[in-house]
Design a protein around this ligand. Sequence first.
Ligand code: F6P
Length: 540
Amino acid sequence: MENILFANRKACQDLKNLSKTFKDKKFHLKNLIADTNRLEKFSLKSKGFFYDFSKQRLNDLLLKKLYELARETCAKESFSQMVKGRMVNKTENRAALHTAARDFTRDHIILNDVDVVSEICRVNKQIKNFSQNVRHKKICGTTEKPFTDAVVIGIGGSYLGGEFIYTALKYFIEPVIDLHFLPNVDIDNFGQVIKSIDPETCLWIVISKSFTTTETMANLNQALLFLKNRDLDPSKHLVTVTAKGSPGDSPSDSRLDSFHMFDFIGGRYSVTSAVGGLPLSLAFGFDIFERFLKGCHKMDLHANNAPAEKNIPLTAALIGIWNSNFLHYPAQAIIPYCSALSGLAPHIQQLYMESLGKSASFDGQILDNQTGVIIFGEPGTNAQHSFFQLAHQGSPFPIEFIGVINPVYNKIQAKSKGVYNHQELWANMIAQAKALAMGKDDDDKAKYFTGNRPSSTILINDLTPESIGMLLAFYEARTVYEGFMLGINPFDQFGVELGKILASNLREHIREKNKDAKYDFNSLDSTSKFYFEILFKGSL
Ligand code: F6P
């Protein structure tokens, strides 16, 4: 891609000019949505996935300009380069091949003399065998009791996607092995997790690509001590998911097995690799994991092959850029009207903000435009009773509503006010989008709603692994597209490093104090000294 800065692109100049006209009253959403053809014009469908952007602040001309931006930035070409295994992660000189983790149609993808496809198949076969043996009670713990639970130790990309998918699929199918997640170095996270397991029937899955992440290593140490104190052998209770050759892959360590993750799949894009594959296959069976992969692949094919004007993740990415860079919204909420999707927003927070929260272009130039915005969310209708006051009358931000057409629960149920719960849920979802767009006049200013607040609505059929896979892959593709069009690298995350270095410097002082009670914190800055003294004193 040519190294023209985003703000200097021709399409950006045009969009900037157009954005001024959108201040006109005739472009208020209440006027735009009065057009009865609008939904048909501004929505896209791919089998099993519907995207309605008719309540976004745009019109035909604007949309045309947005697609020009996609063409000018060669977004589709970059996406296809990514799928082919080219070095799209330029700052780290790596490919970004998460799509290969669910593409079983290709025989080979050769990367640095390694066949990516056969490596992925090898690990998947290993996951299938291992999970079957555990689920069929052929692999048991120290006391020969079958496993009933697994604690997943890992943080960030080695945690959030797995928890999101586990929580969602648990509504669809009962797990054989219950998963518990231990991401935080907070000892109370550990304390809570061990309350809900029987040590003899618990497997510990340590997931870390680097196997150096402080939080994960600290929790691994807790797990090892926990096992030792109960005379349980780690080689019968512990498995690792890690990069080949990492400290967690050492053959001398005692563990049941080790599953590889790869350099060419970034942490936050890794839920379709062994990171999600192992825990999800233990919980639900490898066949369910495979169905989830098939859903992802279906969306990947659409994202790669559909022309720009029919491409759902590409269109959503363009709308994201329009909202952030031209209408200047600083945030975006993700509101699934579905409790099973409660882990979606936390996962997309990392996926999107770690990918797009950047201040430099992919070729190292400082940017003066907006990159990623703040993502947050909560299932509806809960969100309505939480922060929607601000959404309607406070600082505006775009919202993405997600509706699931068929709930899992199909037993006899009551009607309230003449409708079933699921129908009530949908009535609310539709009403919110409408209220945000329309607003309401009122002489009483406390009851006045400005309206003109944009939203999109996504629909999926159900909570099957295929539908959840499509939803996940939609967000991945959309994030990548947005990164490519903004001219940033959506695969690196240097912004997380500075805090880690400072924490490691401070840790040295705590270590000294642990060794020698007389050690003082005088060499530290006054604020750090203040906090450490309180920590050691144990009260204010
Ligand atoms: O701190 C951020 C991060 O590097 C993420 O990008 C990554 O997913 C997470 O930490 C965990 O890293 P690892 O899998 O190496 O433990």
